[in-house]
Structures are given as structure tokens and as C-alpha cells.
Design a binder for this molecule. Structure first.
Ligand code: PLP
Length: 390
């Protein structure tokens, strides 16, 4: 290869996301039902969009402040207080980001030194490992086991912490497993973080997507945690605005400052239009969130019931987010093989559990953020394909 076209060495360990790869395969197949991406199929609430249009009509089409539009930061600070009783300074303790994804990336870039170990959940969101590697860190996989409802065991976490451990990433409600943490579990994990002096990146982008009255416990509310936790949020899932790319991160001034620096020199600021949409989403009526949630709940029950009627699948009822994560081990196929079979024979796109880490092997992720009708049809097709396979 000629030197001018050679990628940087730091990319050697980075592989493209398994989700995107399967997504491209589906794009080539008409009438394929995609249960692959974590993207609500609802429209972005009209009142939120109107806030964006209004801002544009008023000429707000220029750079915003690096850390975000002041009114949005103020509204985010009020949200943290309303939802969790947490107080943050709008000028120095909140940063508006390009989705939760950029918040994760700049958090790792801003805090991790070469060789620092970062505990990441396995299976876990596909961006964690590459972002740790790009920051020069060493990902350390914390297994999330089905027999522990896909929650990290304290014994595993403590046994994986070394003198080099710097950051622990947690993500509840969880992608890809749909699991959640109880109060006691968050308390125990927080205690470990304090005792072992870890910074925690708590990815809470699914905070509002939970069922049966399950409560979400924000990590930063536990003793000794606010000063060591970066809480990451996003408008993508709660308000069905994945394409507007807007998220945020809360943390102490000491934790936010390094992120701010990386943010400044990578994106300068977040899209001004999107920030005003987000502001109107936060300030406006919240019934839209409740409506989406009750529809997700209906779909959750459908998918859970239908998957458990298939002999080769065993599926826990997800408690949060919008993913089913059935155990497919008795099919005798790897998750990659089964996802290929379902794509070819059922024309349904799922994601192999192995895309989320080695502990995801033996599972498939199916997003139920598709329409109820599509989900019914997808379940019919999968059932038939699995019957033929048997
Ligand atoms: C666990 C988790 N964190 C963060 C994100 C990032 O979302 P966004 O960048 O759209 O805010 C996602 C998206 O799927 C996710 O599943």
C-alpha cells in the first residue's frame, strides 16, 4: 500500500460495527424487516421540531457556545434536579454533545491515559471498546451473565480491578440485554467505585425507557458519586430524534473541563437547530414520551411471547430499553450464523450477540423499535424459518 493512503496505526485494532455491516446487507434486500438498529420508528414530537423551526426563522443559524446554548444547559440542569435531585452548574458542569456517542468518545479521550484500564460491560454498546482503544486505553470486559439477569456481579467487578483501572462504564437500562439495576446493585457498584477510586461513565441514554414501573437509579445520586461520575444522556431515544444528533453529559467541573477541550477541537459546537429542538422537547408536554413507552411495552410483550414459542429461543422479558436478547444456544448455530440464516430464509435482519462482545455469543439482539405490524410479520417469518431449520 502506498504510504499516503495508509490508515493511522491507532485504527489497527478498530473493526467496523457489526450492526452497520448487517444493516448494509439488509439494504440490498427489498421487503427485509429490520430489527437491527436502535431507532424509534415514531416521528419526532411536533412541538419539539417547532422549537427548531422557530429558532431558524429567528436567524439562529450560527455557531452556538461550545458547551451548548445557554437556555438548553439551563433546562438540562433543571431536568437533573427534577428527575434526580442533582444540582449542576449550567456554565461548567454540563456539556451539550453530538448524541450520547460523542459524549462517550470525548469522556474517554479526555480522561484516559495510555495503558489505563477501562471496565466495559460485555455484552455492551458497540462504541465502548473502539472509543477506549482510540483513547489509548485497555478495555477490560466485565461479563453480564444471563443467570444474573445480565447485571455485573460485584465479585467479577472487584476481581477485574487492578492498579491500572481508571474508569468503569455502566449502562442501565441496558443495550443490548434490556436489563436494569436495582437500588442495592447501584449502591454496591458505587461503593466499589469509591473504594477503588474509579471514575464512572454512566451511560443513561435509556433512562426513560423502562416498564412495569421499574425505577431508574442515576449513579451520580449515590454517596461519593457525583464528583466521580459523568452521566451521559441523549435526546435520540426519549424523543425519537436519532438523526438530530443531540446528547449531553453532566459532571463536576473537574471532570467536564477536559471533555470540553476535546469537544471544542473536534466539533466546535453542536448543531444550533438541534439544540432548539431539544430545548422545546424538554420544556414541552411529555405525553409523547408516555405514548411511545406504552407502544414499546405492547411490542415488548408481543416479541417476548412469540420468541418463547420458538423451541430454539429462550427470552427474558426486557425491563428497559427496546431490545429483546434471546438465548439461541440450543439452535446449535453461532449468533452470526443464525443471523445470516434469518436474513436469508426469513428476510429479517437481527444482530448477532457477538457484535456486542464475546459474552454476547449465543444470543441475538432484536430491536422492537419497529412497528407492531412489522414485528408480527417478522415473528411469523422467524418462526417459519426456525421450523424449517429444525
Ligand atoms: C447504550 C447506548 N449508549 C449511547 C448510544 C448513543 O446514542 P446517540 O448517539 O444517538 O445519542 C446508544 C445508541 O444506540 C446506546 O445504545
Amino acid at each position: 500500500m502506498v504510504r499516503v493512503t495508509e490508515p493511522a496505526k491507532r485504527l489497527e485494532a478498530i473493526k467496523p460495527s457489526g450492526i452497520r455491516r448487517f444493516f448494509s446487507l439488509a439494504a440490498e434486500r427489498p421487503s427485509c424487516i429490520s430489527l437491527s438498529v436502535g431507532e424509534p420508528d415514531f416521528c419526532t414530537p411536533a412541538h419539539a421540531l417547532e422549537g427548531g423551526w422557530r429558532a431558524v426563522r429567528d436567524g439562529k443559524t450560527h455557531y452556538a457556545a461550545t458547551n451548548g446554548v445557554a437556555e438548553l444547559r439551563e433546562a438540562l440542569v433543571q431536568k437533573a434536579c427534577r428527575d434526580y435531585g442533582l444540582n449542576y452548574d449550567p456554565n461548567s458542569e454540563v456539556l451539550v454533545t453530538v448524541g450520547g456517542t460523542q459524549a462517550i468518545s470525548i469522556a474517554l479521550m479526555g480522561l484516559v491515559n495510555e495503558g489505563d484500564e477501562v471496565l466495559i460491560p460485555d455484552p455492551g454498546f458497540v462504541a465502548y471498546e473502539p472509543c477506549v482503544l482510540l483513547a489509548g486505553g485497555v478495555p477490560v470486559h466485565v461479563p453480564l451473565r444471563e443467570d444474573n439477569d445480565f447485571r455485573p456481579s460485584i465479585a467479577d467487578v472487584t476481581s477485574l480491578i487492578t492498579d491500572k483501572s481508571r474508569v468503569m462504564i455502566l449502562n442501565y437500562p441496558n443495550n443490548p440485554t434490556g436489563s436494569m439495576l436495582s437500588y442495592d446493585e447501584v449502591a454496591q457498584l458505587s461503593k466499589v467505585a469509591v473504594e477503588r477510586d474509579l471514575t464512572v461513565i454512566s451511560d443513561e441514554v435509556y433512562e426513560k425507557i423502562r416498564y412495569d414501573g421499574a425505577k431508574h437509579y442515576c449513579l451520580a445520586t449515590f454517596p461519593g458519586m457525583q464528583e466521580r461520575t459523568l452521566v451521559i444522556g441523549s435526546f435520540s431515544k426519549t424523543y425519537a430524534m436519532t438523526g438530530l444528533r443531540i446528547g449531553y453529559v453532566y459532571g463536576s467541573k473537574e471532570l467536564i473541563s477536559p471533555l470540553w477541550l476535546v469537544h471544542q477541537y473536534t466539533v466546535a459546537c453542536v448543531d444550533t437547530f438541534s439544540q432548539y429542538v431539544a430545548l422545546s422537547a424538554l420544556r414541552g408536554p411529555q405525553e409523547c414520551v408516555e405514548e411511545m413507552l406504552s407502544e414499546f411495552d405492547r411490542r415488548r410483550h408481543l416479541v417476548h411471547k412469540r420468541l418463547n414459542e420458538i423451541t430454539a429461543f429462550k427470552c427474558q422479558l426486557p425491563k428497559g430499553a427496546f431490545y429483546a436478547f434471546p438465548n439461541i444456544k440450543s439452535s446449535g448455530l453461532s449468533s452470526e450464523e443464525l443471523a445470516q440464516v434469518l436474513l436469508k430464509e426469513a428476510n429479517v435482519l437481527t444482530v448477532p450477540g457477538s457484535s456486542f462482545g464475546a459474552c454476547g455469543e449465543g444470543y441475538l439482539r432484536m430491536s422492537y423499535a419497529a412497528s407492531y405490524e412489522d414485528l408480527e410479520e417478522a415473528m411469523n417469518r422467524i418462526e417459519k424459518a426456525m421450523r424449517n431449520l429444525a
